[in-house]
Design a protein around this ligand. Structure first.
Ligand SMILES: C[S@@+](CC[C@H](N)C(=O)[O-])C[C@H]1O[C@@H](n2cnc3c(N)ncnc32)[C@H](O)[C@@H]1O
Length: 270
C-alpha cells in the first residue's frame, strides 16, 4: 500500500472531512511529497504523532504549522485563524479594484493572509494591516518576512483606533469576526476548541464589530474607494442596507464558490 492510500484510509476512519486532501498535506510536509512511497519503506512513526493529534480534532493546519492561501504558504498557530479558501475571492477583488500606487487597509489581519497576498501581487500598492491581537500580529509579521513582502505595515489596533490620521484608503479588505454566537456553539470541534474565539464571534448576530468598523471608516476613505466585508450568508441584506443608510453607494453582495452570499462591497463617494 502506498502512503497516500494508507494515510487517506486512516483519516477516513477517524471521519475527517477531506481525508485525501489532508493526507496530501501530511505527505508533502513529512515525506517530501512522495505519495507513492510504499508504507513498508516509510517511517510511519512521524505520521502516528500527527494522527494522535488529529484524532483529538486539532486542525491539520495547526498540527503542521502551515496553511496554503492564494499561492503562498503561511505559518499558522492557535493565535491566528486558519485562512479559508473563500477568502481568496476577496483577495482577487482587491487586486482588481486597487488603483496604481493605491492604499489598502486589511482590518482584522490575523495571519496576514489577505494583505500579504495583495501586497505580493501588487508591489505598487501600500498595505496597512490591523489587528487587535498582539500575538496574531507577531505571526503576520513573520509571514510577511518569510514571503519577502516589504510594501506592508502592521499596526496593533482596535479597528482603526491607531490608524495614522493622514492615511487615505482606496480599498478595505475586512475579514472581521462575524459568526453569530448560536452558530459558534454548534460549530465543529476543530473550530470551537482550537481556533481563537476572538477571531470568530461578535455580538448583534455577528455584525457588531463590522458595524463599528463602518462607523470608523469614512474619516479615512478616499472618494471612490471601496470596502469589502466578509460575512455570514445570513447577514447579506442587513449589511447591504446598513451601508446604504450610512452613505455608502453601489452596495453589492458577492457570492462564494458554493453560491452563498459571502461578501458585501460598497463604495464611498463623499
Ligand atoms: C476572522 S479572523 C480573520 C483573519 C484573517 N484576515 C483571515 O482572513 O484569515 C478576524 C481577525 O480580526 C481580529 N479582530 C477581532 N476584533 C478586532 C478589532 N476590534 N479590531 C481589530 N481586529 C480585530 C482577530 O484578532 C482576528 O485576527
Amino acid at each position: 500500500m502506498n502512503l497516500l492510500q494508507y494515510i487517506t484510509a486512516e483519516f477516513t476512519a477517524i471521519k475527517v472531512d477531506s481525508p485525501e486532501a489532508e493526507a496530501r498535506l501530511v505527505i508533502e510536509y513529512l515525506y517530501g511529497n512522495d505519495v507513492f512511497l510504499d508504507t513498508a519503506d516509510a517511517d510511519l512513526s512521524k505520521f502516528q504523532s500527527v494522527l494522535e493529534r488529529r484524532k483529538k480534532r486539532e486542525p491539520i493546519q495547526y498540527i503542521l504549522g502551515r496553511a496554503f492561501f492564494f499561492n503562498s504558504e503561511f505559518i499558522v498557530n492557535p493565535d491566528v485563524l486558519i485562512p479559508r479558501p473563500e477568502t481568496e475571492i476577496m483577495v482577487e477583488k482587491l487586486i482588481d479594484f486597487l488603483p496604481c500606487n493605491g492604499v489598502m487597509a486589511d482590518i482584522g489581519c490575523g495571519s496576514g493572509c489577505i494583505g500579504i497576498s495583495v501586497a505580493l501581487e501588487r508591489p505598487d500598492v501600500r498595505v496597512y494591516s490591523f489587528d487587535i491581537s498582539h500575538a496574531a500580529l507577531q505571526t503576520a509579521r513573520l509571514n510577511a518576512q518569510n514571503l519577502n513582502v516589504s510594501n506592508i505595515e502592521f499596526i496593533e489596533s482596535d479597528l482603526l483606533a491607531n490608524c495614522p490620521s493622514d492615511i487615505k484608503i482606496d480599498a478595505v479588505g475586512a475579514n472581521l469576526p462575524y459568526v453569530p454566537y448560536d452558530d459558534y456553539y454548534t460549530a465543529q470541534s476543530e473550530v470551537r476548541e482550537y481556533e481563537p474565539q476572538l477571531a470568530l464571534t461578535a455580538d448583534d448576530n455577528g455584525l457588531a464589530i463590522i458595524i463599528r468598523c463602518i462607523a470608523e471608516l469614512p474619516h479615512f476613505m478616499k472618494k471612490g474607494g471601496a470596502a469589502f466585508f466578509e460575512i455570514d450568508p445570513s447577514q447579506d441584506v442587513r449589511l447591504k442596507e446598513h451601508l446604504s443608510i450610512k452613505g455608502w453607494q453601489d452596495a453589492e453582495i458577492i457570492k462564494d464558490y458554493t453560491g452563498r452570499s459571502r461578501f458585501v462591497k460598497a463604495v464611498w463617494q463623499i
